[in-house]
Write a protein that binds this ligand. Sequence first.
Ligand code: FA5
Length: 350
Amino acid sequence: MNYQNPQIAETAELLLHRLSELPVKSDIFKAAELKALYDQLRTLPPEAKSAFGQEVNALRGALQAIVDEAQATEDALPPLDVTAPFAPNLKPSEQPQLLPSECGSIHPLTTEITTILDIFYRMGFEAVESREIDDEHHMFNTLNFPEGHPARDDYDTFTTTQTDASGQPYIAPAHTSTMQHRILTQHAPRLEQGIPIACVIPGRVFRNEDLDATHEHTFYQLEGIYVAKGVHAGMLMATLQTFLSTYFGQANLKTKTQPFYFPFTEPSFEFAIERPQILRKDDSAEQQWLELVGCGMIHPNVLRHAGIDPQVYTGFAWGFGIERLVMMKYGIEDIRHFEAAKLDFLRQFA
Ligand code: FA5
């Protein structure tokens, strides 16, 4: 359309160009230039108003026609599933048959992690997610593993070819303890205000492992950290006992500890529970134990590294394998079921 008024002609050219690039076409009606034309119309003398008004309305009509046409084309297109695991432009007849999404269900590990976290929330812990890529500093140095110490070999995992600023490869963490230094450093100022550090950290961990019914190369752990004044090992045992009794719904669950070694805790323990009924090997009256958790009092060097004075504050930490816990609860005999994507297994938890 040819506009007689040069100002309207110029605005029309500008708005038509802008419209071609706007993702939401109707936003063109919010343009300040269009509003300016209407504002100007109001100020014109009556004799000029009519011609100016007709051209501004014609411009608005032209814009509306383009917006309507774009909307009609959009409505005519079939909806696009950008998450579809095939080329989105395939015709419906060419698309592979997929199960309708209502057939899916939440993975049992997701459900159980939610249940586990809920118990710890009620005990006053907050949750922080761990990372799936980390570095040598958090994997070993801040956790009191001396350089070249054989204890590092217990955490054999995968590394990237890409290196960090210090020339070290990035590490797929072999345990959630890599988060300890971060949590302690970040929350240390709370201690001065008399607020304890109380965090649980769920996360996926990776190990270069020989696989069997209880060992996976990729599995979940839940780390726990508690630091305040006057914290002692009895509190650690009580915390784990309370959690496990609640999780298994068995108030009289019996637990025991035995000495262990972790560089980042002193003393260190392995925490065992009496096998829940479902996982007893036989009906004998003999007590049967199952080691489940690595734990201990946080090593003074780890606290010091995070700027916390171990003479004033003490704390405990633990780490358990989530799959093993879930296996015990439901009597699952092989850890590899979790990642096997077998519907027969998954449907039992749907
Ligand atoms: C650790 O990973 C320590 N970071 C735990 C810890 C945290 C100690 C804080 C002290 C303070 P460990 O390697 O034992 O410890 O693993 C802890 C738990 O993870 C085991 O008890 C087990 O439940 C689980 N786990 C270990 N390796 C595997 C595996 N390959 N597959 C499945 N679960 C595993």
